[in-house]
Design a binder for this molecule. Structure first.
Ligand SMILES: NC(=O)C1=CN([C@@H]2O[C@H](COP(=O)(O)OP(=O)(O)OC[C@H]3O[C@@H](n4cnc5c(N)ncnc54)[C@H](OP(=O)(O)O)[C@@H]3O)[C@@H](O)[C@H]2O)C=CC1
Ligand SMILES: [Fe+3]
Length: 566
C-alpha cells in the first residue's frame, strides 16, 4: 500500500520530468545545451550546419520549401548551410496508429520511477558490453549523472576504467542478482552475438521485461526495405521486453569527445518506452527524433551508410560546369592565342602559353563556375516566385525538379564558395593574363575600370565568406532571427550583384563583340548570360504591386479566386 502511494507520488514527479512526447518533434529543455535549436526533422547536417537551428540556407532565401515541400517565406530564411528541410524523410506511421503495447502500465511507472530515482536518486542504466561503443556510452551516461552498471564477461579487465568515470562493473549473473531493479539496458553487443546466444546464457534472464535500447548497426546496408531491422529481430527474440532503437547513428568517437546537438532517431513500438529513451538521449546532450514504430528502424539502421547522398548531384553538376569552363578557357585563352600568333607572324607554335594552365586557367574556370553556381542558387527562388504568383498560393507543391533544385541550393552555395575562394587565392599571386591582356580587356591600371573590377571581385568574395561564417551554427546562434535572416537574404543578393559587376567590368566594351575568332564566344560572354537572366527575371518581382502580392501569398493568403474555390 505504502509502496503504491509512493508510486503515485513519484508518478506525478515523473510527469513533470517527462515532457509530452506525443508529437513527433521533441524540443530541448531550457537547460539543454542545444537550447534554441529548432524542432527536429529528419535531416543531414553539413559543415555550415543549420539543421539543428532550423534556419535555412542563404541561397534558399526565397520561396524555400517547408517540410511539406511547399513554400513558406514567413519562416526563417537563412543562407549557406543545411536547411531544416528533411532530405531523406522516412515513412513514419501516423501517431494515431495503434502501437503494440509491450510493457504494462505498472511496469511503465516502475521503469520511470527507477530511472528517475525517488528522492533525487540517480537515474539508472545498464550497459551490456564493454566494447568501444559500450564504454563510450557508459562514460557519457555517467557524466550525465546516471548511475551506470557495465555488464561484462570479464569485469576485472575494465573495472579501473569504469571506476574512473564513476560507473560499476558486474558479470551478467551478478547484474541479474543484484541489479534486477534497473529497467533500462543498452545492448551494446554486436548483433551476431545476440543472435547466437548459448542455451545456457544468463543474458535472456537479465533482459526479460526490460526496455532494451538496441544500438546495433548493420554490417552492410540493407538494400531491401522489406527486410526486418535488427531491432525488430531483437524484439521477436525477446517478446517480453520492449526494444527501442536509438544511438546507432552516433559513433564511439562522438560520444567520447563530448560532442552533442546531433539528432538521434528513436523508434520503438511502445510510446512510453520511446519517451523514456528520448529523455535519455536528451540527457546526453543530443536531440531525440521520435520516429514512431520499430518498423522505422529499417531506415534508421541504413542511416550510417549514407555517404554524401545530398551532395552527389551538386558535386556532379559543379564538376561538369567546371570542366566545361576549363575547356573553354583552353580554347579561348590558349589555343586562340596560338592560332592568332601563327596567323599574324607565321611563327612557330608557342607552347609556352600553356604554362599558365594550372593557375590562370583553373582560376578562371573556378570564377566562372562560382558565378554560374551562384545563379543556380537564386534562379529557383525566382522561378518559385513566378509559380506562386501564377497559382496564387504557397499551399501547393512545386514540380519535383524545382523542389529538388531548391533543396540542393545549400550544397551549390558551398561549392560556389569553394570555387570563389580558389579563384581569389590564385588571383592573389597576380594573373599573367591580367598583365598581358588586362589593358586590352579592362583598361590600363590607371583607369577606373581596373580598380572597380578588382574591388567588386574582392568585396563579393569577402561577403560570401561572411555568409558562410554566419551560416555556421556556432555563429548563427549568437544572432537573432531578424539579424540572421537580413544578413542571409540581403547579403546573398549583394554577393551575387557584386560578382556580376566583376564580370561586367571584365567584358566591358567587348560584350557585343562576337568575333568568334576561334568559333567560341569569350568566357566572359558565356558566364554572364545566366546571371543576367536571373536578375532580369527577378526585377519584375520587385515591382511594389507584385512584391506585395507575393509577400501576401508567402504569408499564407490566397490571392487567386481559382484556388480559393478549389
Ligand atoms: N563502435 C561504434 O562506433 C559504434 C557501434 N555501434 C554498435 O554498438 C555495438 C557494440 O559495438 P562495439 O562496442 O564497437 O563492439 P566491440 O566489438 O568493440 O565490443 C563488443 C563487446 O561485446 C562483448 N562481447 C563480445 N563477444 C561476446 C560474446 N560472445 N558474448 C557476450 N559478450 C560479448 C565484449 O564485451 P565484454 O568482453 O566486456 O563482455 C565486447 O567488448 C554493435 O552492435 C555496433 O553495431 C553503433 C554505433 C557506433
Ligand atoms: Fe575575378
Amino acid at each position: 500500500m505504502a509502496e503504491g502511494l509512493e508510486r503515485v507520488g513519484l508518478l506525478k514527479h515523473i510527469e513533470e520530468w517527462t515532457p509530452a512526447t506525443s508529437s513527433r518533434t521533441l524540443l530541448p529543455s531550457p537547460q539543454d545545451p542545444v537550447l534554441n535549436q529548432a524542432p527536429l526533422t529528419v535531416g543531414a547536417s553539413s559543415y555550415f550546419d543549420f539543421s539543428a537551428s532550423g534556419r535555412q540556407n542563404a541561397f534558399e532565401s526565397e520561396g524555400q520549401p517547408d517540410v511539406d515541400g511547399m513554400v513558406d517565406v514567413s519562416s526563417p530564411q537563412p543562407i549557406l548551410g543545411t536547411s531544416s528541410t528533411p532530405h531523406n524523410p522516412m515513412p513514419v506511421p501516423p501517431r494515431s496508429a495503434p502501437l503494440r503495447p509491450t510493457l504494462s502500465t505498472d511496469l511503465h511507472s516502475q521503469v520511470k520511477s527507477e530511472m528517475i530515482g525517488a528522492n533525487g536518486q540517480k537515474k539508472q542504466v545498464i550497459v551490456l558490453g564493454s566494447g568501444d561503443f559500450g564504454l563510450a556510452l557508459a562514460n557519457r551516461f555517467a557524466r550525465a549523472s546516471y548511475s551506470v552498471l557495465v555488464v561484462s564477461r570479464n569485469p576485472s579487465r575494465i573495472r579501473q576504467q569504469v571506476r574512473e568515470f564513476g560507473g560499476k562493473v558486474a558479470t551478467t549473473e551478478e547484474a541479474h542478482r543484484h541489479e534486477e531493479d534497473m529497467r533500462v539496458v543498452v545492448v551494446a553487443l554486436p548483433f551476431r552475438i545476440m543472435q547466437n546466444l548459448d542455451d545456457d546464457s544468463p543474458l535472456p534472464d537479465l533482459l526479460e521485461g526490460k526496455i532494451l535500447i538496441d544500438v546495433s548497426n548493420r554490417e552492410k546496408p540493407d538494400m531491401d526495405p522489406g527486410n526486418r531491422s535488427q531491432a525488430e529481430i531483437l524484439q521477436m527474440q525477446f517478446p517480453r521486453s520492449t526494444v527501442v532503437k536509438a544511438f546507432n547513428i552516433l559513433s564511439s568517437h562522438t560520444l567520447s569527445q563530448g560532442v552533442g546537438g546531433t539528432q538521434v532517431p528513436v523508434c520503438g513500438n511502445d510510446d512510453e518506452a520511446r519517451a523514456v529513451v528520448s529523455e535519455m538521449v536528451q540527457d546526453l546532450g543530443f536531440i531525440p527524433q521520435d520516429l514512431g514504430h520499430l518498423m522505422n528502424a529499417r531506415e534508421v539502421e541504413n542511416m550510417p551508410f549514407v555517404f554524401f547522398t545530398a551532395w552527389k548531384p551538386a558535386l556532379l553538376l559543379s564538376l561538369v560546369i567546371w570542366g566545361f569552363f576549363f575547356l573553354i578557357t583552353i580554347i579561348n585563352l590558349d589555343v586562340c592565342l596560338i592560332v592568332r600568333n601563327h596567323k599574324t607572324s607565321n611563327a612557330t607554335i608557342d607552347w609556352s602559353v600553356f604554362n599558365a594552365l594550372a593557375k590562370d586557367n583553373v582560376s578562371t574556370s573556378c570564377a566562372s563556375t562560382a558565378l554560374f553556381l551562384l545563379s543556380l542558387c537564386y534562379l529557383p527562388g525566382v522561378l518559385a516566385g513566378y509559380l506562386q504568383l501564377f497559382r496564387g498560393t504557397k499551399y501547393s507543391e512545386f514540380p519535383c525538379c524545382l523542389d529538388r533544385w531548391m533543396k540542393g541550393r545549400k550544397q551549390l552555395g558551398l561549392i560556389m564558395l569553394f570555387n570563389a575562394a580558389i579563384h581569389g587565392v590564385c588571383e592573389l599571386g597576380g594573373s599573367e593574363r591580367i598583365g598581358s591582356v588586362g589593358s586590352e580587356r579592362i583598361g590600363s591600371r590607371g583607369s577606373w575600370r581596373y580598380p572597380t573590377f578588382l574591388a567588386s571581385g574582392i568585396y563579393s568574395l569577402l561577403l560570401a565568406c561572411i555568409l558562410g561564417l554566419t551560416s555556421m551554427r556556432s555563429v548563427s546562434v549568437s544572432l537573432t532571427w531578424r539579424e540572421f535572416s537580413r544578413i542571409q537574404r540581403y547579403m546573398g543578393w549583394m554577393v551575387f550583384i557584386l560578382a556580376i559587376l566583376h564580370i561586367v567590368f571584365l567584358v566591358w566594351g567587348n560584350f557585343f563583340n562576337f568575333s568568334f575568332e576561334c568559333y567560341v564566344p569569350s568566357i566572359g560572354q558565356l558566364v554572364i548570360l545566366l546571371p543576367l537572366v536571373t536578375v532580369l527575371l527577378k526585377l519584375p518581382l520587385l515591382l511594389p504591386s507584385v512584391d506585395t502580392t507575393l509577400t501576401n501569398i508567402r504569408l499564407g493568403c490566397f490571392v487567386s479566386s481559382a484556388h480559393q474555390n478549389g
